[in-house]
Design a protein around this ligand. Structure first.
Ligand code: ZN
Length: 153
């Protein structure tokens, strides 16, 4: 079941350049992550209960690299959060909608993701995403307790 808009993916030539606008609005880049299987580096910017995902290509022949070459920077996809991406994906398959992959795969942030082809979704590339079994670890803060000493040394 779809729960909310998780994020909007925006193709940028450079995260360093693309983040400036959002930071000027007071938003914060909470993490930057390379997703080599997708050929992108992503910067996640929190925006209330949703996120803005800046996508910088790791190479020109990656999906986002080709998108930039063809269409320039701009909105790349819409991501909907699902509580069960496998079931939603099977439902779309059984209803005749074209998905980009045979089954959900592991994407950024350790989430299970599937993409729906724009020709099946009104011209919009739609990502379905479910938090995976290994959500990204929170950035380490100061330890609450000092580690116990090893004693006997
Ligand atoms: Zn995305």
């Amino acid at each position: 079941m779809i729960e909310r808009i998780d994020h909007i993916g925006i193709a940028v030539r450079s995260i360093a350049e693309g983040r400036r606008f959002y930071e000027a609005l007071g938003l914060t880049v909470e993490r930057i992550e390379d997703v080599p299987q997708e050929g992108v580096r992503v910067a996640m910017i929190r925006c209330g209960e949703s996120w803005i995902e800046l996508l910088e290509p790791l190479s020109e022949d990656s999906h986002v690299g080709k998108f930039l070459e063809k269409r320039g920077p701009g909105i790349h996809h819409l991501c909907l959060a699902s509580d069960d991406v496998r079931t939603d994906d099977e439902h779309l398959r059984d209803s005749g909608f074209e998905r980009m992959r045979p089954a959900p795969t592991l994407g950024a942030g350790g989430c299970w993701v599937q993409f729906v082809h724009p020709k099946s979704a009104g011209g919009v590339l739609v990502e379905l995403s479910e938090e995976g079994p290994h959500p990204p670890a929170p950035s380490p803060g100061p330890p609450e307790h000092a580690l116990p000493g090893r004693g006997g040394d």
